[in-house]
Design a protein around this ligand. Structure first.
Ligand SMILES: [Mg+2]
Length: 226
């Protein structure tokens, strides 16, 4: 038994966020009379990603980010409505999509008898709570930690320390699992924790303790069976 507590990231680690985001952006574009094309969905994803990266660097606030992404998208598409209203509609649509990454549930089922499991996410409170309710994850989670509720974001060490304190976790027996080097893996490093980088597309980084391409590889690492 290598780890007793596992802190899973949500988006694109357990939740199929890319699929949910594409659905929600296309639906809200159509509602605004904008033709929902894959190119436009990809444009939104790039704008959103750049703003989240700026948030992780401490350059913008969350409140600014959520409206600014739709102001920029609207400007690029020649649309001049209210970006704050678009954001509210988008977050509601996103909350309806509880799609999971294939294999996520099987991993949690395998770990459940042996580990304390927490969800650690930088997503927005209302969206994440609603998506959790629309997914089948809840029975597997001992705690849900959302940055907007904690008042601190990944990758700050305080975020992970708060989650571990709530779960009664021993840092030496805790591992962070996530797809994002900037928030999840750097966060684990900041908090002095081991990490598993879920990188389905591959890549290389000196930061994580372990790296996997498939979620199915995670239980053996956590349980020390390899
Ligand atoms: Mg993620």
């Amino acid at each position: 038994m290598r780890y007793k507590t596992v802190l899973f990231d949500g988006d694109n680690t357990l939740f199929d966020f890319d699929a949910a985001e594409a659905k929600a952006i296309c639906r809200t574009m159509a509602d605004r009379g904008l033709e929902p094309t894959p190119e436009r969905a990809a444009l939104y994803a790039r704008i959103n990603r750049a703003l989240w990266d700026a948030l992780y660097r401490g350059e913008v606030t969350r409140d600014f980010l959520v409206v600014e992404r739709f102001r920029r998208l609207g400007a690029a598409l020649g649309w001049s409505g209210d970006p704050a209203a678009w954001n509210r509609a988008y977050e509601a649509a996103l909350g309806d999509c509880g799609d999971l990454i294939p294999g996520a549930l099987a991993v949690l089922e395998r770990l459940r008898p042996h580990c304390v499991i927490g969800l650690v996410t930088n997503g927005l409170k209302a969206t994440q709570r609603r998506r959790l309710g629309n997914s089948s994850l809840t029975p597997y989670l001992d705690g849900v930690f959302i940055s907007q509720e904690l008042g601190v974001n990944k990758p700050e060490a305080a975020f992970f320390q708060t989650a571990m304190a709530a779960l009664g976790a021993d840092p030496a027996a805790t591992v962070v699992v996530g797809d994002d080097l900037l928030s999840d893996i750097q966060g684990a490093v900041n908090a002095g924790l081991d990490s598993i980088w879920y990188a389905p597309k591959g890549g290389s980084s000196p930061l994580p303790t372990y790296q996997v391409r498939a979620l199915e590889e995670i239980p053996a690492l956590v349980l020390g069976e390899n």
